[in-house]
Design a protein around this ligand. Structure first.
Ligand code: AP5
Ligand code: MG
Length: 231
């Protein structure tokens, strides 16, 4: 068993880079709490909350949900996590305003990020992945169609009762094109914010899921305060 004490990590990358996929693997291997802004919004959507209704239109068009809503939701969520537990953020921050708000909120608790892991994948591969992606409604774990048969999994193999598998409403061709364009315009500049702080680690993401996972583990082994310890 491996544990990461209090590591604070951002999984960064374009839509379809594999942030959710890698987060699930890290949660299993290191026991780090996974905080996905997209999953939080989808949870609100499926519960029919006011916040979910507000986010729906932005998400379906592939646009960013306004900062006034998003920042408070994510900061509240990480405030619930104990110092010793650490967390990995997936899908947040997505612009410089969010990155600054996160830095300020952590600073108020005398905390800082340990690493920002940037998973690099070309747009053509992202489009291929997102058009083949299916997600479990219960645990949000992403799956792909079988490359040989083109058939998606019938049920989630990880949920005890086999959660329903569905395609996200924002994985349409038009929404994916918009998400990629917004990533390049608004989100990619955040990379420079973290490069200047010496936190950024770039990982080539067009390799097997396991190969990417091993690269992330190697990076976390050198991540300072939250160093990965094996037991
Ligand atoms: P969010 O849910 O965060 O979506 P996203 O960033 O567009 O990313 P995805 O979840 O699509 O991709 P992923 O990187 O997790 O890839 P995955 O592991 O699934 O956000 C959705 C929306 O919510 C946003 O558009 C916005 O409206 C709103 N929102 C969220 N956060 C916000 C914020 N901070 N501010 C404002 N608005 C916000 O993998 C994809 C597929 O590829 C899967 O099928 C997987 O099996 C496959 N795959 C993964 N790795 C590999 C590999 N190495 N090789 C081959 N296939 C792979
Ligand atoms: Mg995801």
């Amino acid at each position: 068993m491996t544990a990461a004490n209090g590591i604070r990590l951002v999984l960064f990358g374009p839509p379809g880079a594999g942030k959710g996929t890698q987060a699930q693997l890290l949660r299993e291997s290191l026991g780090i709490e996974h905080v996905s802004s997209g999953d939080l919004f989808r949870h609100h959507l499926s519960n029919g909350t006011e916040l979910g209704e507000l986010a729906r239109g932005y998400m379906n068009r592939g646009e960013l949900v306004p900062d006034e809503v998003t920042i408070g939701m994510v900061i509240d969520r990480i405030s619930d996590i104990g110092d010793a537990d650490g967390f990995m953020l997936d899908g947040f921050p997505r612009n410089t305003t969010q990155a600054e708000a996160l830095e300020a909120a952590l600073g108020e608790r005398d905390q800082r990020l340990d690493r920002v892991v940037h998973i690099q994948v070309e747009d053509s591969e992202l489009i291929r992945r997102l058009s083949n992606r299916y997600v479990c409604r219960a645990c949000q774990r992403p799956f792909a169609r079988d490359p040989e048969t083109g058939v998606p999994p019938a049920k989630c193999v990880y949920c005890p009762d086999g959660g329903d598998i569905y395609q996200r409403d924002d994985d349409t061709e038009a929404a994916v094109a918009n998400r990629l364009s917004i990533y390049h315009q608004e989100t990619a500049p955040v990379l420079e914010f973290y490069r200047q702080r010496g936190l950024l680690a770039d990982i080539p993401g067009e390799r097997s899921i396991d190969a990417v996972h091993h690269s992330v583990l190697r990076i976390l082994d050198t991540a300072g305060a939250g160093a990965v310890s094996k037991s």
